[in-house]
Design a protein. Structure first.
Length: 116
């Protein structure tokens, strides 16, 4: 089973920042579109951002401008910098390695809680 190892979640006050990291095996990192999804309580999992081999990125419309996805090829790691966090950003954030709908991998998830 592929291991995507996430880190960086936690609790923060509204307006604060967090940076998530996801380490992937090199063979997965180099052949997948890497990204982040999130799932809030009682809601469906949704795409947050993806980053492509040319370093282009796509974001959920509601998040663009506050969240930034990036990657470090040498470390087989992607990051999600989250700024100006809001209570509605509270969710479990999952790292995803996408090749096809039937060939993708998920991390175990990391909890992000935004609360005063």
């Amino acid at each position: 089973q592929v291991q995507l190892v996430e880190s960086g979640g936690g609790s923060v006050q509204p307006g604060g920042s967090l940076r998530l990291s996801c380490l992937a095996p090199e063979t997965i990192f180099s052949t997948s579109v890497m990204g982040w999804h999130r799932q809030a309580p009682g809601k469906q999992r949704e795409l947050v951002a993806q980053i492509f081999s040319n370093d282009g990125a796509v974001y959920a419309k509601s998040l663009k401008g506050r969240f930034t996805i990036s990657r470090d090829i040498a470390k087989n790691t992607i990051y999600l910098q989250m700024n100006s966090l809001k209570p509605e950003d509270t969710a479990i954030y999952y790292c995803n390695a996408f090749r096809t709908k039937l060939a993708q991998d998920w991390g175990q998830g990391t909890q992000v809680t935004v609360s005063s």
